[in-house]
Design a protein around this ligand. Structure first.
Ligand code: SF4
Ligand code: SF4
Length: 322
């Protein structure tokens, strides 16, 4: 049964990050369709009353470019589903204060914001379309959310460069922003991907730095441990469905543009029995991923046993866990 709906209402973005893999398209948005998908999902959740926490997650492109749709869906879903939550993955540069103030103090509206490092590092890779850096806009957005008492998490993309600046980033988010948790994602490149040893070394360093500063780590790499820690097994395509800007249904956001979709979303979409036929081979579940997962599991057993179980951070960051 689908309990986690991912909405990708636009392929557009106001940023041009150096490593963006999203197939940015100029397709015309269809907010009415996305509102209808959200309404249908809400009806399904109310009638099925699942044990798993029901949720709607926005992703993109930059979802806040749809500045009317997001509040409308959030209000519709949260007002009807008391145990539901809405998570917005965003670059954090265009958060609309005038819309968000209506949700002040709403703990069930969560933002996950990209911040790769201190200003110079972040701006070297995450730029606005006009070429300027996005760091200061992101920090302004974070502080605005904090003033509105809305929860947020930060995600840093890890490669060799950002890893070298991780201690500085962690000191900044802990000292200046008062955060105690951080998500890290390994940089994914379709061409010339990192070796499994490189990936593992980056993660090992991240855990060491985070532990030194009493920061809890989470992130997509946790799903690599699903073979060894069943609570972290990815259930994409069974408990999740994603609707892309063209209205096509996928198991996972990382499949968009890479793997053929399952179907086109329609009014008779079967939320109860959806079971994606998409295979994640091109994106995840490789031998390299297994190798990293196994080494990480051994690292946890040796040094960080507190990471051997599912944590609320895992659930907040990912809708593919049950
Ligand atoms: S903010 Fe996201 S979608 Fe936009 S360019 Fe950067 S990585 Fe791509
Ligand atoms: S299906 Fe998606 S969320 Fe799950 S492990 Fe693969 S890429 Fe990650």
């Amino acid at each position: 049964m689908v309990t986690s709906l991912y909405l990708m209402p636009t392929g557009r973005c106001n940023c041009v990050c150096s490593y963006c893999y999203f197939p940015v398209g100029a397709k015309k948005e269809n907010p009415e369709l996305f509102m209808r998908v959200a309404e249908s999902f809400t009806e399904h959740i109310i009638s099925s009353n699942p044990i798993a926490r029901p949720q709607i997650r926005f992703t993109g492109g930059e979802p806040w470019l749809e500045k009317d749709l997001l509040p409308a869906v959030t209000d519709h879903f949260l007002s009807r589903v008391p145990n539901g939550w809405v998570v917005i993955n965003t670059n954090g540069t265009i958060l609309p204060q005038n819309k968000l103030k209506d949700f002040k103090g709403e703990k069930r509206l969560i933002h996950v914001i990209s911040l790769d490092g201190p200003e110079l590092l972040h701006d070297s890779r995450r730029r606005m379309k006009n070429g300027s850096g996005s760091f200061r806009k992101v920090i302004k957005g974070i502080r605005m959310l904090q003033d509105l008492n809305l929860p947020l998490y930060l995600n840093a993309v890890l490669d060799k460069d950002s890893s070298a600046h991780l201690p500085e980033l962690i000191r900044f988010i802990s000292g200046e922003l008062g955060l105690k948790e951080l998500s890290v994602s390994l940089l994914h490149l379709d061409k010339n991907p990192m070796s499994h040893d490189e990936k593992y070394d980056l993660l090992e360093n991240a855990y060491s730095v985070a532990t030194d500063h009493s920061i809890r780590l989470g992130g997509h790499h946790r799903l690599l441990l699903g073979r060894w820690i069943p609570e972290l097994r990815c259930a994409a395509g069974i408990t999740t469905a994603l609707v892309d800007p063209a209205g096509m249904v996928h198991a996972c956001q990382r499949f968009v543009g890479r793997v053929k979709p399952d179907c086109s979303w329609s009014e008779d979409f079967d939320w109860m029995n959806f079971n994606s036929k998409q295979s994640c081979g091109p994106v995840c579940d490789s031998q390299s991923d297994h190798h990293v997962g196994k080494k990480l599991y051994e690292l946890y057993k040796r040094k960080y046993p507190e990471y051997l179980h599912q944590h609320h951070l895992d659930l907040n960051l990912f809708g593919v866990l049950s």
